[in-house]
Design a protein around this ligand. Structure first.
Ligand code: SAH
Length: 363
């Protein structure tokens, strides 16, 4: 397993099994994270130990297949991931298909000239089937390991450094449904956020979910400290389940109840994501209903102008509403006391914007 798969304790165990002292393990990992995954040089540990790490484990299991830079400075990386290391039957049967799988991650320069935000993927593809999202068109191939997510973070950290910026925040808004890969996602966040390794801080990580109620409840119970964003997209179950299939399983009221439990336990503001689709979820009445639903909750609405992806899973094609219509939707929310903003669409000219990340099978 590559170094990215280890935290301090599991690496200490491995090293002591190899007959080396546990000391300096943290320093070695810290050097690895500080160098954006490029090096463990300069750490005071036995030379043979370093050689063994480099030879047997390797610093990474992923590689950058392509790099695209948009006119607005957004950088999209296509990351090649290897076979699953999981031994589950399903993973084994898929093993041959996973050779050459890839995911995308995106670096977005912030308004501040010295900072950047990163968007990472949690799965190869996605099983959720949202009709307006490109990531789910060919289903899910497998979940990513924690190390594969950590490596996206490290690749983006390196990209940011090259641009003279610091990678300050991470959002799990790339391919995949993070709460369907809960254990690996939280293990990855522990290493990205935790003081001893990636050190970006829990408050700088946001997990975005389609609304998997048991997953939200688990976040509430564990109280880990990252931010939560929920992709609602409609205030009523009929509209929602027509575009978000999991809406049949988890109703709007149940999702918002879970969000309120999360808020009660953590005190955190929760982001409600709402992708605007012309003639589907952009009416005045829907804006009013949304405002009513969120009344009294400490939730911010993030309106996402739809980014075109061609026909969805159902074959239906969606359109972005006119700016006038979207402004009106925003005004209605604000007029009713809801904190709401448009999400800046970035990287659209390299298909790096929300919902446009999709697996490209390598020839
Ligand atoms: N599965 C998670 C995270 C991935 S999607 C989730 O559902 O939240 C991140 C956000 O992009 C979601 O809010 C999603 O609904 C939105 N999105 C997906 N496709 C889009 C598109 N074509 N245009 C605009 N936003 C889109």
């Amino acid at each position: 397993m590559a170094l990215s798969e280890y935290d301090v304790r599991s690496l200490e165990e491995l090293f002591s099994g190899w007959g080396y002292p546990r000391g300096n393990t943290k320093k070695l990992l810290r050097r690895y994270y500080d160098s954006a995954g490029e090096s463990i040089d300069g750490v005071q540990v036995a030379r043979e130990l370093k050689e063994r790490v480099l030879g047997e484990m390797g610093l990474r299991s992923t590689r950058v297949l392509t790099r695209q830079e948009a006119s607005d400075g957004t950088v999209k990386l296509l990351i090649g991931v290897g076979e699953s290391s999981s031994t589950s039957k399903r993973a084994l049967s898929l093993a041959s298909a996973t050779v050459g799988a890839s995911v995308e991650c995106v670096l977005m320069p912030s308004f501040r000239s010295d900072r950047a935000a990163g968007c990472v993927s949690s799965q190869v593809g996605c099983a959720m089937g949202c009709d307006f999202c490109a990531s789910t068109k060919t289903g899910v191939e497998r979940s990513l390991t924690s190390g594969e997510m950590v490596e996206q973070f490290l690749w983006l950290r390196g990209e940011a450094a090259r641009l003279g910026r610091r990678l300050q925040t991470i959002v799990f808004m790339g391919m995949g449904e993070p709460l369907m890969n809960y254990d690996n996602v939280t293990a990855a966040i522990r290493r990205m956020a935790g003081e001893d390794l990636g050190a970006i801080g829990w408050r700088h990580v946001t997990v975005s979910t389609v609304g998997i109620v048991p997953g939200i409840d688990r976040m509430t119970e564990e109280g880990l400290g990252m931010y939560l964003a929920v992709s609602l997209h409609a205030p009523d179950d009929d509209t929602r389940s027509a575009i978000v299939p999991t809406g049949k399983r988890y109703r709007v009221a149940d999702i918002l109840a879970a969000v309120r439990r999360y808020q009660a336990a953590t005190g955190r503001i929760v982001t409600i994501e709402y992708t605007l689709l012309e003639g589907v979820n952009d009416s005045d009445a829907q804006a009013r209903l949304l405002a009513e639903l969120l009344d009294g909750g400490r939730m911010h609405v993030n309106l996402i102008p739809y980014n075109a992806i061609g026909p969805g899973v159902s074959g239906r094609e969606y359109r972005r509403p006119s700016q006038e219509r979207m402004d009106r939707f925003l005004d209605i929310l604000r007029g009713r006391g809801v904190v709401a903003h448009f999400r800046r669409t970035r990287g659209a000219d390299i298909d790096g914007a929300c919902g446009q990340l999709r697996e490209r099978v390598l020839a």
